[in-house]
Design a protein around this ligand. Structure first.
Ligand SMILES: CC(C)(COP(=O)(O)OP(=O)(O)OC[C@H]1O[C@@H](n2cnc3c(N)ncnc32)[C@H](O)[C@@H]1OP(=O)(O)O)[C@@H](O)C(=O)NCCC(=O)NCCS
Length: 253
């Protein structure tokens, strides 16, 4: 088995092609394989007889813990990929993975905490009617979006996220009070993130309106819609189900 970092355009193209065969399972390394996240990610590829058999991405935005994501692969390939990927990581990291990957991770690292998340997906999402005025965030909104997402402690947010894809928001008195954004975007799939409404404005249909506008925009280009949500976040799960997303897999992170 050949293990190496994808360094040439051809190696990157082959890695993307492999990941795109299973875009929902591979959403994290696939998203990391596209600009602008590729600029802060490393992609490690396993190959046998010139065919890609697995990929592991290490996404490391500034001032953040690295996020390590393994693709579909045999347990042996995952173990070897993780070994080479973690040789580039010092200290704590985050990884989202299903149960068999947790066992692989444990062969290389100590698990400090485990949270159960669900992946939900729609293809296509439902169109939900709403009277709420939602707007697409523009460049002039980035500072306000940064204030809002930081205040709301939105885990996935970094200003780089704004470059990935659209964010939709609802404003009151010129301030953002609800937002939904794109965490990862490829030709096949879009992974949503930073979905939050200020406490004072909840239960008014704002997050549903923002998320629906966002999901329909991304899906209009044929993309599958995916996201992660904590398994115990019943309000959010209920909202996503109304938008046509279905539970896909449980992922201890
Ligand atoms: C989840 C969250 C974004 C919902 O925002 P919101 O603007 O209040 O949501 P909406 O008013 O659009 O609600 C849409 C649907 O979600 C569900 N929902 C929202 N809040 C709920 C609650 N507290 N209890 C039960 N269901 C709830 C309902 O199905 C609701 O539809 P309904 O009002 O017709 O019953 C908001 O509670 C929040 O910001 N939570 C913290 C951040 C978070 O968990 N984000 C999701 C990360 S994946």
């Amino acid at each position: 088995m050949l293990l190496r970092e994808a360094a040439t355009p051809d190696q990157l193209r082959k890695a993307r092609k492999f990941l795109a065969e299973n875009p929902v399972f591979n959403v994290l390394p696939l998203g990391d394989a596209y600009a602008p996240l590729l600029g802060v990610s490393k992609l490690f590829v396993a190959a046998e007889r010139n065919a890609v058999t697995g990929v592991c991405s290490v996404y490391q935005p500034f001032n953040r813990k690295p996020s390590v994501a393994l693709s579909t692969a045999t347990p042996e390939t995952k173990r070897k990929l993780l070994g080479i990927a973690l040789s580039q990581v010092s200290g704590e990291f985050i990884t989202l993975c299903n149960h068999d990957k947790v066992e692989v991770v444990k062969t290389h690292a100590a698990v400090l905490s485990l949270e159960s998340e669900l992946q939900m997906a729609a293809n296509p999402p439902k169109c939900v009617k709403s009277n709420v005025k939602v707007s697409r965030a523009r460049n002039k909104d980035v500072e306000e979006l940064n204030r809002f997402c930081s205040e709301q402690d939105s885990r996935a947010w970094t200003p780089l996220q704004f470059k990935v894809g659209p964010f939709y928001c609802v404003k009151r008195n010129g301030k953002i009070v609800s937002a939904a954004g794109t965490h990862l975007k490829t030709p096949q799939i879009a992974h949503l993130g930073s979905i939050v409404t200020s406490e004072a404005y909840r239960r008014q249909g704002l997050a549903a309106a923002c998320t629906s506008a966002l999901a329909l925009d991304l899906a209009s280009k044929g993309r599958i819609i995916s996201l992660f949500v904590r398994s115990n976040n019943k309000p959010a799960i209920s909202m996503y189900e109304k938008l046509g997303l279905r539970k896909f897999a449980r992922l201890p992170s």
